[in-house]
Design a binder for this molecule. Structure first.
Ligand code: ZN
Length: 493
């Protein structure tokens, strides 16, 4: 269903700083690129928030009936430890410290990234390209930029000439910076630097002999600059001008600014119509950082294994917590905030479960069609999930009143309510019904208890062959029976 034809969606475009009506390049189709992770460590929760914001946006586009090509890359080379373009490659450094191959680092943390995102119920992107898989495309763009005169080669490295570019284009338009101010505020280049100006950035870096991640190029062995990969992959899969480019706020400058410059320098086109930036996650009011210990991994929340938590929280509760804030606002994580989200999430899911059993009558006490449009209005206003959730709780209030017999609903309104609630809760917000999983584990518990009873009966009849068979076969499945004074208990490994 092409719902988008009836809805006017507005998005906050970082390029203009304004909320704008969204119109894709090709009607009914959307091209969206989001900068993915650099896979050299476990994905942290702040990154999960960014990717979750774009998962929700991807889901809403799909819900509206758009055909979406969503590209989210994996950075497996070129991202240096020091963003000022000196220093080691983040992945190569990790490989050196752990004495493993860089591709082992990449594999380990790509698997971790996918595993965590799956637990959070993310939809996979349409394409997940890697930087190392697109070296040829990156070399072609460098050649093009050199040909246009916006880059220069020194000692086997190629740098983007920001001053030259700024004479014909506008460097700084995304982050609202002026090149003159940047020049006034930067230190002089060190004597060893090959760059003409501190603002210039590497398109290709010469690989020193000890640098293990290296590829041949017309300028000698080296590796691509980090900013370049996103230009290469977004252009290849989405074209020279596409609809949406997303990422965390912290990527606006220099990463996204440089992406714009590279694209404009190579083909003259502004690459992206709408730039969307997701805000950061803090913890207990402070910036999350590994160095200060104010940090938490998603797995620690699911297991409860972190000192700031009083208990474990299921991924959907964490997801619900994240969706309660607008993606452009700072969100603060704490044990209390998660406890409150858990309460709200349970209330929402319980109301959904109660809906099918509601009795219907001849009239409805609240206007379901108006309420439904209010849900869309919230999402159409720059994906305002907190307002959407407030509307969902408005419906929860009515569902509970109908259940108590204090309000009425007609059959057709009940069906509309049910369908709309399910669409927004599960398809758009991406939450999962906690009770589904619980029902399965309740059943498993019942089955194991039945087997324990049969085993006790067998032992009572001195049929030890049967009782041992039950015990051994359960153990083979990872279910261990323990006989104690209080009877038999079990654990599942
Ligand atoms: Zn990027």
């Amino acid at each position: 269903m092409q719902l988008y034809k009836d809805q006017t969606l507005k998005v906050t475009n970082s390029l203009t700083g304004k909320k704008e009506v969204f119109n894709p390049v090709n009607e009914g189709h959307i091209g969206m690129y989001v900068c993915g992770p650099t896979v050299y460590s476990n994905v942290h929760l702040g990154n999960c928030r960014t990717f979750m914001s774009f998962d929700m946006i991807f889901r809403y586009f799909k819900h509206l009936g758009y055909k979406v090509r969503y590209v989210r890359n994996i950075t497996d080379a070129g991202h240096l430890v020091d963003d000022a373009e000196e220093g080691e490659d983040k992945i190569a450094k990790k490989a050196r410290l752990e004495q493993i191959e860089p591709m082992e680092v990449v594999q380990r943390y790509t698997v971790d990234f996918h595993n965590i995102l799956e637990q959070f119920n993310f939809l996979p992107p349409s394409i997940e390209p890697t930087a190392t898989g697109h070296i040829i495309e990156q070399l072609e763009i460098i050649k093009e930029i050199l040909k246009k005169g916006f880059a220069y080669e020194v000692n086997g490295s190629v740098y983007f000439d920001v001053k030259k570019f700024n004479e014909s284009f506008d460097y700084g338009k995304l982050s609202g910076r002026k090149l003159e101010d940047m020049i006034a505020n930067t230190r002089e280049l060190t004597a060893q630097s090959d760059k003409k100006s501190p603002q210039d950035f590497a398109l290709w870096k010469k690989a020193e002999p000890q640098h293990i991640m290296r590829w041949p190029s017309p300028w000698g062995d080296g590796f691509p600059g980090w900013h370049l990969e996103c230009t290469a992959m977004s252009t290849k899969y989405l074209g020279e001008t596409f609809d949406i480019h997303g990422g965390g706020m912290d990527l606006k400058f220099p990463h996204h600014e440089c992406e714009i410059a590279q694209a404009e320098a190579s083909n003259g086109n502004s690459p992206v119509n709408y730039w969307l930036h997701a805000n950061m996650l803090t913890m207990n009011g402070k910036k999350m950082a590994k160095s200060t210990g104010n940090n938490i991994l998603p797995g620690e929340i699911f297991s409860g294994n972190n000192a700031i938590l009083s208990k474990p929280f299921i991924p959907s509760v964490v997801r619900f917590f994240m969706m309660q804030a607008h993606y452009t606002s700072i969100l603060d994580l704490s044990n209390d905030a998660l406890l409150a989200s858990e309460k709200g999430f349970n209330r929402l899911i319980d109301a959904l479960d109660n809906m099918s059993g509601l009795e219907t009558g001849v009239n409805t006490d609240f206007n379901v069609a108006d309420w439904k449009q209010k849900c869309y209005d919230a999402m159409n206003d720059d994906f305002n999930t907190p307002i959407l959730i407030a509307n969902l709780f408005e419906a929860v209030k009515h569902i509970n009143l109908i259940k108590e017999g204090k309000e009425n609903i007609t059959l057709s309104d009940k069906e509309l309510l049910q369908q709309t609630m399910n669409s927004f809760v599960f398809d758009v917000l991406g939450l999962e019904n906690k009770n589904d999983g619980h029902q399965d584990s309740d059943k498993l518990q019942g089955v194991v208890e039945l087997l324990i009873q049969l085993r006790n009966d067998a032992r009572g009849n001195k049929d030890f062959a049967t009782s041992d068979k039950i015990r051994d076969q359960l153990l083979a499945m990872g279910i261990q029976l323990k006989d104690g004074k209080e009877g038999t208990t079990f654990s599942i490994s």
